[in-house]
Design a protein around this ligand. Structure first.
Ligand SMILES: *[C@@H]1O[C@H](CO)[C@@H](O)[C@H](O)[C@H]1NC(C)=O
Ligand SMILES: *[C@@H]1O[C@H](CO)[C@@H](O)[C@H](O)[C@H]1NC(C)=O
Ligand SMILES: *[C@@H]1O[C@H](CO)[C@@H](O)[C@H](O)[C@H]1NC(C)=O
Ligand SMILES: *[C@@H]1O[C@H](CO)[C@@H](O)[C@H](O)[C@H]1NC(C)=O
Length: 432
C-alpha cells in the first residue's frame, strides 16, 4: 500500500484494523484505519520533573534538616495507580452548568457511581485534592486558554466545574457552532479562562458534509483563530490527537506533502504520526517566536494523548462496559496510544531545550496517557444521551468511549495541572 511509516525502522509487524471511531460531538463518524503495534510499552523518558537548583548545602547534611521547602524531592505525578477514595468528587452534575450534555453522565441516568470514588496515587508522593482557591490565586489577573479538540474542551469544563465550587464565573464571550469559542471571567480573582477550537493547532480545514470528505492541514502555519489572541494569553493548555486519525491531505509550503487514507487522490500515504509531530513543532516554535522573549513570557502545558476504550462496536450495547479501573499491570501502554504520547513528549522536550535558552517561557507535558488508559470506566458510553434504556434494552445504541464523564477521571488531570503550577511558583522564570 506504500505506507510510509515513521516507525518502520522498529520493524514491528503492522496490523491494520478497521474500527469505528467517534469524535467531536460524535457527528463526524468515519471508518478509520488504525495502526496497531502489538508490542509492550517501550520505556520512554517521562517529562523531566523541574529540577531543584537552590539546594546547595554540603552533600553530607540531610536534605530535610532545616527548611523543608528548600528541598522538595521532585515527584513523577504520572507514575502511580488508582486507589479507592470514598470522598468522591468536588462537584456534581448540576454544580456548574457548563458540562457538555454528552458528558453529564449522572444527570443522564448512568446507574453506577463507583467510577467516582477513585483517586490517583503517584508512587513517590501524594496528589492533593484540587484546591480551587489555590488555583485561582496562582492565575490571579491572568488568562488561561485551552486550545485544541474536544479533549481540550472536556478538560476545560472539568476545570470550570472544579473552580465553580469556590467562585462563580461569568460567560463573557461565545462564538462558533456548538460553543467552540468561549471565554469566562472570574471577577473574584480577575481570572479569564477560555477555550479555542483548533483540532490540529495548525491551520486546517475540517471535512464537512458540503465540502471535501477529508481534512486539509497546512503544517507550516498555526491556526490564527487562536494564534491571533496569543499576545493576550498567559497560560496555554494544548490538547490534540484524535482528529489526526481522520482522512486528510497535508500541505507544507503550499505544496502537497502527502495524505492519510485518501483513496482516489493521487497522493502518497504518509500516516499521521509525522504529521502530528510537525503540527506540534510548528505550534511550539510559533509560541516561542512570538512570546518566548524575556519580560513577556508565557507558560505552556501540553496534555498528552487520551486513550479511547472501545471494546466492541460503537453503536452496540457494551462498547465500553467496564465499571472499574484496570488493576496495576492489567493494561499496558502500547500501540497507537503509546506512539502518539511519545511524539508529544519528544516535541515538548525539544521545545523546552529551545525555550530554556530564551528564558521567559515555561513548558511542561501533562502526561495523562497512562493514568487515563487505566480508566475504561470513566466514559459516558451510552449515557452520552439521557436515559438511553428508558424504553427497555436496545440492540443499537450510540456510545462515547472517547470523552470523559464529568465529574470523572479527567478531574485528575487538573489536579496534576495545579501541582505543576505550584512547582512553577516555587521556581519562577529567570526574568522574575
Ligand atoms: C449537587 O451539588 C449542589 C451544590 O453544588 C447541591 O446543592 C446539590 O444538592 C447536589 N446534587 C446532588 C444530586 O447531589
Ligand atoms: C485583569 O486581568 C487582565 C489579564 O487577563 C489584565 O490585563 C488586567 O490588567 C487585569 N485587571 C486588573 C484590574 O488588574
Ligand atoms: C518548507 O520550508 C521550510 C523552510 O523554508 C523548509 O525547512 C522545509 O523543508 C520545507 N518543506 C518542504 C516539504 O518543502
Ligand atoms: C499520479 O502522480 C504521479 C507522480 O506525481 C504522476 O506521474 C501520475 O501521472 C499521476 N497520476 C494521475 C492519474 O494523476
Amino acid at each position: 500500500m506504500g505506507i510510509t511509516n515513521p516507525f518502520k525502522d522498529q520493524s514491528l509487524s503492522l496490523t491494520k484494523r478497521l474500527l469505528p471511531w467517534t469524535l467531536y460531538a460524535l457527528l463526524p463518524i468515519a471508518l478509520l484505519r488504525f495502526y496497531f503495534y502489538p508490542v509492550p510499552d517501550t520505556e520512554l523518558p517521562h517529562s523531566t520533573p523541574i529540577t531543584i537548583t537552590s539546594y546547595s548545602s554540603s552533600a553530607s547534611s540531610p536534605p530535610f534538616s532545616e527548611n523543608k521547602k528548600a528541598y522538595d524531592p521532585p515527584c513523577d505525578y504520572f507514575d502511580g495507580k488508582w486507589i479507592r477514595d470514598m470522598r468522591g468528587p468536588l462537584y456534581n452534575g448540576t454544580t456548574c452548568g457548563t458540562i457538555k450534555e454528552g458528558q453529564n453522565c449522572i444527570t443522564h441516568g448512568r446507574p453506577d457511581s463507583g467510577y467516582l470514588y477513585w483517586r490517583w496515587k503517584p508512587s513517590q508522593c501524594r496528589l492533593p485534592r484540587f484546591e480551587p482557591h489555590t488555583f485561582l490565586q496562582l492565575v490571579n489577573n491572568k488568562h488561561v486558554a485551552f486550545v485544541g479538540d474536544s479533549m481540550a474542551r472536556n478538560q476545560l469544563e472539568s476545570l470550570l466545574c472544579l473552580l465553580s465550587t469556590a467562585s462563580t464565573p461569568n460567560l463573557v464571550y461565545r462564538n462558533g457552532e456548538d460553543n467552540k469559542f468561549r471565554k469566562w471571567h472570574f471577577p473574584s480573582h480577575n481570572v479569564s479562562v477560555s477555550v479555542y477550537w483548533s483540532p490540529f493547532l495548525v491551520q486546517g480545514v475540517e471535512k464537512s458534509n458540503s465540502g471535501p470528505n477529508h481534512n486539509k492541514l497546512y503544517l507550516d502555519h498555526i491556526d490564527e483563530r487562536w494564534g491571533r489572541d496569543m499576545d493576550q494569553m498567559d497560560l496555554i493548555v494544548l490538547s490534540i490527537g484524535h482528529w489526526f486519525l481522520h482522512p486528510a491531505v497535508y500541505y507544507e509550503n503550499d505544496s502537497v506533502l502527502g495524505c492519510h487514507y485518501c483513496p482516489g487522490l493521487n497522493h502518497t500515504e504518509i500516516g499521521f504520526y509525522d504529521v502530528l509531530r510537525k503540527a506540534l513543532r510548528t505550534t511550539l516554535s510559533s509560541i516561542i517566536d512570538r512570546r518566548g522573549g524575556k519580560g513577556n513570557g508565557i507558560d505552556v502545558i501540553v496534555t498528552t494523548f487520551s486513550p479511547a476504550h472501545f471494546e466492541g462496536e460503537w453503536d452496540k450495547a457494551g462498547a465500553c462496559p467496564k465499571t472499574k479501573p484496570y488493576r496495576n499491570g492489567e493494561k499496558q501502554l502500547e500501540g497507537m496510544d503509546a506512539d502518539m504520547r511519545k511524539i508529544e513528549i519528544e516535541e515538548v522536550e525539544d521545545a523546552k531545550t529551545k525555550a530554556n535558552e530564551l528564558g521567559g517561557f515555561r513548558l511542561e507535558a501533562l502526561d495523562v496517557t497512562r493514568l487515563t488508559l487505566l480508566r475504561p470506566d470513566g466514559h459516558p458510553g451510552p449515557y452520552m444521551y439521557p436515559f438511553p434504556f428508558a424504553n427497555g434494552h436496545k440492540e443499537r445504541v450510540q456510545n462515547d468511549c472517547v470523552h470523559w464523564c464529568l465529574p470523572g477521571p479527567i478531574d485528575t488531570w487538573n489536579e496534576i495541572f495545579l501541582e505543576l503550577m505550584k512547582k512553577w511558583r516555587e521556581h519562577p522564570r529567570t526574568e522574575e
